[in-house]
Write a protein that binds this ligand. Structure first.
Ligand code: 3PG
Ligand code: MG
Length: 392
């Protein structure tokens, strides 16, 4: 892998810089800025080198359609203040852009393309789209470790058509994760939550041999509850996961890995509701499971207490509503408390996990925090991530 930090002669070079600025947004307001703060080093590095920076990022999952709620505009405005530079956000169709048209105005050293997932070609890892993107620049830099598990055009395919380098943040994340995974102390417990069930449920099987305890919370836990015959009302869940869950429990048995999942839940009638604690069999057809309940929290705390290493990706509940953030807060508090008593090595990863930890100012108490969620888990699986493979 070649690293951008080792490169000379970047002056006036047009750098296509893939970032992950997929920050949580609520009504156009950025609710957690961590991912923006983490890319300041690469932007400042390239500004100093007098490169011309063409940024590509996605926000959310617009699925190939223009969606103004998922514009990069608020992110550009936020970044402008942080780097003290004007940024131009290009809304024009990418296919109409030509290299010589970019950076014509010397006022702008940083130019953003609008949300790359407005183009269906992105997620298809499309060849001609990647070739076209490559024509807009001289060099490609991937500084988006947290989306390097996606085989998408601006993450993976593009590297075939431009000299390609690892960015500063990507390098830092990989080095930290390498260190963590090589020095891991047992018992190891992994807490997996969040709402991206399809990304995560399949990889649990591969994680089982590496961990002593896997704690399933968040959206995915609904699938497990339903598999075990419990009602889940209108809660999010993924279709056709029974055989995967079947495998999870079978493989866990062979490897003596305990699978922990909710014993009770907090429900609401809608996302803005108050929390009502329910036993599993009390969940009604119009209930939404939005957090774990007190019995589950107690159980998880016992597991954390006996662990030497804890890895956490994905919130335990709908933490955007404080009524359903209790599970997350209690898990965080227990990790921090245990950390003070003994050497519990703690790692957290993922945009939403970072956001919830920031709400209670807990980031500083973790040994390592990765911006990556899905990519972090796939890295732990031992998989070669498409975005990393493309740089090798
Ligand atoms: C993330 O937030 O994990 C990354 O930005 C990737 O997003 P995705 O799961 O929509 O591909
Ligand atoms: Mg995310």
């Amino acid at each position: 892998m070649k690293y951008i930090k080792d490169q000379e002669n970047l002056k006036d070079k047009k750098i296509l810089l893939r970032l992950d600025l997929n920050v949580p947004l609520k009504n156009g307001i950025i609710t957690d800025q961590t991912r923006i703060n983490k890319i300041l080093p690469i932007i400042n590095f390239l500004l100093e080198k007098k490169s011309k920076i063409l940024v590509i990022s996605h926000v959310g999952r617009p699925k190939g359609k223009i969606n103004n709620d998922l514009s990069l505009k608020p992110i550009c405005e936020n970044l402008e203040g942080k780097i003290n530079q004007k940024i131009s956000l290009i809304k024009e169709n990418i296919f109409k852009l030509k290299k010589e048209d970019l950076f014509k105005d010397s006022k702008y050293q940083v130019v953003f393309l609008e949300n790359i997932r407005f183009y269906e070609e992105e997620e298809k890892n499309d060849v001609s789209f990647s070739k076209h993107l490559a024509k807009l620049a001289d060099i490609f830099v991937n500084d988006a470790f947290s989306c390097s598990h996606r085989a998408h055009a601006s993450v993976s395919r593009i590297a075939e058509y431009l000299p390609s380098y690892a960015g500063l943040q990507l390098e830092t994340e990989i080095n930290a994760l390498k260190k963590v995974t090589s020095e891991i102390k047992k018992p190891v417990s992994c807490i997996i939550g969040g709402s991206k069930i399809s990304t995560k449920i399949g990889l649990i099987k591969n994680l089982i041999p590496k961990f002593d305890n896997i704690i399933i919370v968040g959206g995915m836990a609904n699938n497990v509850l339903s598999y075990k015959g419990n009602p889940i009302g209108k809660s999010i869940n993924e279709n056709n996961c029974e055989s995967i869950i079947d495998d999870i429990f079978k493989i866990a048995k062979t490897h003596s890995c305990s699978i922990i999942y909710p014993e009770d839940v907090a429900v609401g009638k809608n996302m803005e509701d108050k929390a009502e604690i329910k036993e599993l069999n009390e969940v009604k057809s119009n209930d939404l499971i939005l957090d774990i309940g007190p019995k589950t929290i107690k159980k998880i705390k016992e597991v954390i207490e006996i662990s030497e290493t804890v890895l956490w990706n994905g919130p335990a509940g709908y933490f955007e509503n404080p009524n359903f953030a209790i599970g997350c807060y209690e898990i965080a508090k227990k990790i921090i408390e245990t950390n003070k008593k003994k050497l519990l090595y703690s790692i957290a990863g993922g945009g939403d996990t970072i956001a919830v930890l920031n709400q209670i100012n807990a980031i500083k108490n973790f040994n390592f925090v990765s911006t990556a969620g899905g990519a972090f888990l796939e890295y732990l699986e031992g998989k070669e991530l498409p975005g990393i493979k493309a740089l090798n």
